[in-house]
Write a protein of this length. Sequence first.
Length: 183
Amino acid sequence: MSHSELEKMQAGEWYSCLDPELSAMRARAYDAVHEHSVLHPVERGNIGPKLRGLFAECADDARIEARFHCAYGINIHLAEDVFLNVGCVILDTAPVKIGKHSMLGPNVQIYCADHHRDPELRKQHLEIARPVTIGENVWIGGGAIILPGVTIGDAAIVGAGSVVTRDVPAGATVVGNPARIRA
């Protein structure tokens, strides 16, 4: 039985990102992101209706500053009182869950897509989707990058500009590239 590239992506298997169904889904997300970025300044921080409609879950009081970018939107879960500052990017090929009262600074990037290490397979545009989970009351400083498969525990802090390559325990502060627990 053959599976679509979307089904492979959702199952956490290798899939080709250059697929007509996935391309159409990304086009819907780009349209929603565009609508969000041209909201009237009075509505600044609100989430545009198309973007909100794409998300898997979005609390009424979640806020996202424009400019924002996501790959699909369908895998994004925003709990109560979540705030994403200007320039955030979420490449949500897998579920991205952001817990209550968490704040992401400007230009934070969350990547779920991981490309094949074998150059011949990479040429075939193969990637695999790994989820990212951010706990409650987490603060992620501006310009931080969260790599595929990472979980950040409740009340953790990620320093500005850090590159998070592995899980962060609850209550820890991590800084640097790669991010390490600060003593």
